[in-house]
Design a protein around this ligand. Sequence first.
Ligand code: SAH
Length: 349
Amino acid sequence: MTAERSLADIFRRLIATTGPISLTHYMAEANARYYAKADPFGAGGDFVTAPEISQMFGELIGLWLADMWIRAGREEPALYVELGPGRGTLARDALRAMKRYGLEPRVHFVETSIALKELQLHAVPEAQFHPDLSNVPFEGPILLVANEFLDALPLRQLIRTADGWREAMVATEGDRFVAVPGARPMDAALPESRRGEPEGTLIETCPAAAAVIYEVAGRLAQQGGAALFVDYGHAEERTGSTFQAVRRHQKVDPFEAPGEADLTAHVDFAMLAQVAQSRGARWLGTVSQGEWLRALGIEGRAEALSEFAPQHRAALHSAMHRLIDGDQMGELFKVMGLAAPHWPDAVGF
Ligand code: SAH
């Protein structure tokens, strides 16, 4: 048996044969390979996500969804839909919290990684799996959650060169991968309002994330329901590259070992809110994770858990601070809420 060929080798061969590949292609293939392989989360892995830091994160999301569902009239059957559920920890914690309020939705996971599906099934045995949203049932309101999902979707970068807008491509220089502007004019890929930026400007877009929001918003308008998207990103328009890679808790060069590190980019929540509204969903707001968790009562929850288990008081408080403090995840991470037009106002926005 021959050893599995590295993705870097496959890319080198492809580029040598057909020329530079788009950054979008590079990121899509690299992350598909990365997530197919193993469990990247937790202290022993590459990075730690909020639901792995504390059960409070998933519980408060479950509480928010249950509150929306109850005030919207307790419609059955409700669907809990999660995009990229990781280890299934968030779903498990959220479903436990929802059950306390009489909400026991059917569970649908959108996941492509076979390795992660196995872990998710272990955490939530009743879950049904889908490679994308298209086959999630159309009956019943959807209660949808996506934590650190949009940031992993393939990014497109557009660069203003002396000759106009060009897409960022990946070429090789010896054995190394380097970003270069493509040959084709890409002005049409940008909204007119942004085409006048000066030479050297880099603008990121994520057509895949826009497509997900488009689909979710359409379903909210049609089926009813509410959705939470949590990710690092910005609520205003910006320029410059945020393409990055993380491996074993360190930032590394995203061109160094494709498929071996988690590739991400900041999420453009301003653009996504526009897409959602254009499809008829209600944008509830985009706030910082720290603000949202405080509004949902994380401090009281940490205190209650500490009284119940005093030996964990220090750990509970340090986990809470990691989630909400401005110099930790509290500011950089944002929570965007969407709902059906006829659903009630939400807590936390
Ligand atoms: N939500 C989890 C995991 C975040 S990592 C947590 O917070 O811990 C990103 C997740 O999205 C992984 O489960 C990964 O396998 C999944 N994923 C990445 N790209 C995907 C795609 N295109 N379609 C479906 N799932 C994808």
